[in-house]
Design a protein around this ligand. Sequence first.
Ligand SMILES: *Cc1c(COP(=O)(O)O)cnc(C)c1O
Length: 213
Amino acid sequence: MIVANLKQLKDDVPAAVTVVAVSKTKPIDAIQQAYEAGHLDFGENKVQELCQKHETLPKDIRWHMIGHLQRNKVKYIAPFVHLIHGVDSERLLNEINKQGAKNNRVIDVLLQIHIAEESTKFGFSYAEAEAILSKAKTLENVRITGLMGMASYTDNNVQLTSEFSGLQDFYNKLQASNNWTTLSMGMSNDYKLAVSLGSTMIRVGSLIFGSRN
Ligand SMILES: *Cc1c(COP(=O)(O)O)cnc(C)c1O
């Protein structure tokens, strides 16, 4: 099931789009199945779960931290995390830089942009993100490689299109001057639309692993 779902999904999007298999709440065995079929990118949203899975599973897995990240937990994932999607404050960015230095590495991150209507979702406004970009240039152990956004939880295509294309426009405007490679947008219910609007990385859980409780 998992392997077939993943294959179908990959066949459905251009090869240049990275599929992050969101394995939060799912057991080691489920990840192992996808890994053995050749999949390497997995996403988790809780630091403790991410660390436990990293310890247990093969070390060439690329772990994506996709959830809200607290500053005091950055140190646990700094040694190995592949990409942190949800950077939503300058203080968090500074802490990732500090932990990157301690671990002798440059940690790749995405700035999370608040594109949804719901007030509960984290992220910068476009203006705040632009301000952070100039400050971030002095940080040597963190690298902003693009943007991440979560659209509203709705099946209203007009609204989803407006949220995704706003992010796409902002990404396109700043991509070249910042050497960005990654626009992370799209989940199980909206990845097709996101890809049609320029997403280079989708974060898909339930469509691969089945629904979560
Ligand atoms: C859980 C989660 C996903 C995946 O959601 P699905 O609807 O299961 O595909 C993607 N992005 C983030 C930030 C998540 O927390």
